[in-house]
Design a protein around this ligand. Structure first.
Ligand SMILES: O=C(O)CCC(=O)C(=O)O
Ligand SMILES: [Fe+2]
Length: 308
């Protein structure tokens, strides 16, 4: 199902349906009026607050391509960033490694992985590079029925930690319960994951028996100008390996992250703010102020639900 929006007005008219589709199916594809950067930004902003990224530009936009564009600190650690290779990127949660704290108006906001990611195709690959989506709501329901012991282990904090470059999320769970009853997914099956002994079998079984089963996977070949809006707390996304065309014909996507709307807020016990080096590394993942005046309501639900 693709939502064709040949003008920004038609997008505004259909926004409610698109947001409902994200809430019920976990994602939506929008065929937008053009493939400009500003179009991605405008569409993304309606769904939530932009959460920036170490590779993002000043607007929070991240380029996904094999080209070297800038020369910044993170580039010394390029091998940590799978997005910028042409290799297969196995289905994962974006920001699995994120568990931070940023200072805002005398308070501290706890940073979690983004609630959503919005991907825009600017140029498809010469061959390969299809997107893969997995609806983990289905996996969760099946796991609850078929393997409740594993589900319990994977929902226990401490079962997994993730580390990527300068970020580490220690003692997390694959399925973490949030305040509003939604369950947040955190999964990556590569060298960023560190599994507790008692969770090892459950973690590997989840990948082997569920996520790598084609039955749960949807493949999308995004065309230029198409934008896919993904619930990152419910869906895993990945991509096939690809080969680029000649010069100027490289596969190019752009991405925006959107922050969870109810991030936990902390206060300092002594009511003092100090700049601390440990918090410095989270600034690259902070939440940006809204750039559009009239924002629409975000999708009514995000994440996985446990069946009653
Ligand atoms: O290249 C893609 O299609 C997605 C890349 C990705 O998932 C990422 O960079 O996090
Ligand atoms: Fe990703």
């Amino acid at each position: 199902m693709v939502f064709f929006c040949s003008t920004r007005e038609s997008f505004a008219d259909r926004y409610g349906h698109i947001a409902d589709h994200v809430a019920s199916c976990g994602y939506a594809i929008i065929d937008a009026w053009d493939a400009e950067t500003s179009t991605l930004q405008e569409i993304a902003e309606h769904f939530g607050n932009v959460q920036t990224h170490i590779r993002a530009d000043a607007n929070g936009l991240v380029g996904i391509s094999t080209e070297t564009i800038v020369n910044r600190d993170w580039e010394k650690f390029r091998s940590e960033y799978s997005g910028i290779t042409s290799d297969e990127f196995m289905p994962h949660t974006d920001g699995s490694y994120l568990h931070g704290l940023v200072h805002r108006d005398g308070k501290y906001i706890q940073l979690l992985p983004p609630k959503m990611l919005v991907l825009q195709c600017w140029q498809s690959a010469a061959a390969g590079g299809d997107s893969i989506l997995i609806d983990v709501q289905q996996v969760y329901d099946d796991l609850a029925r078929e393997n409740p012991g594993d589900l319990k282990i994977l929902s226990t904090k401490g079962c997994v930690s993730y580390c990527r470059d300068d970020q580490i999320a220690l003692d997390r769970a694959v399925f973490e319960c949030l305040d509003d009853g939604a369950i947040m997914l955190r999964f990556r099956y590569d060298s960023t994951a560190y599994i507790a002994d008692w969770a090892s079998e459950a973690f590997h079984n989840l990948q082997r028996n569920y996520f790598s089963n084609p039955r749960y996977q949807v493949r999308l070949a995004l065309a230029k100008g198409q934008i896919v809006v993904i619930d990152n707390y419910r869906m895993l996304h990945g991509r096939d390996s690809f080969s680029d065309g000649g010069e100027g014909k490289e596969r190019k996507l752009r991405r925006v992250w959107l922050a969870y709307d109810r991030l936990p807020v902390l206060r300092n016990a002594a009511d003092q703010h100090r700049e601390r080096r440990a918090l410095k590394r989270f600034e690259a993942y902070d939440i940006r102020p809204p750039a559009i005046a009239a924002r629409m309501a975000p999708p009514r639900s995000i994440g996985i639900r446990a069946s009653a």
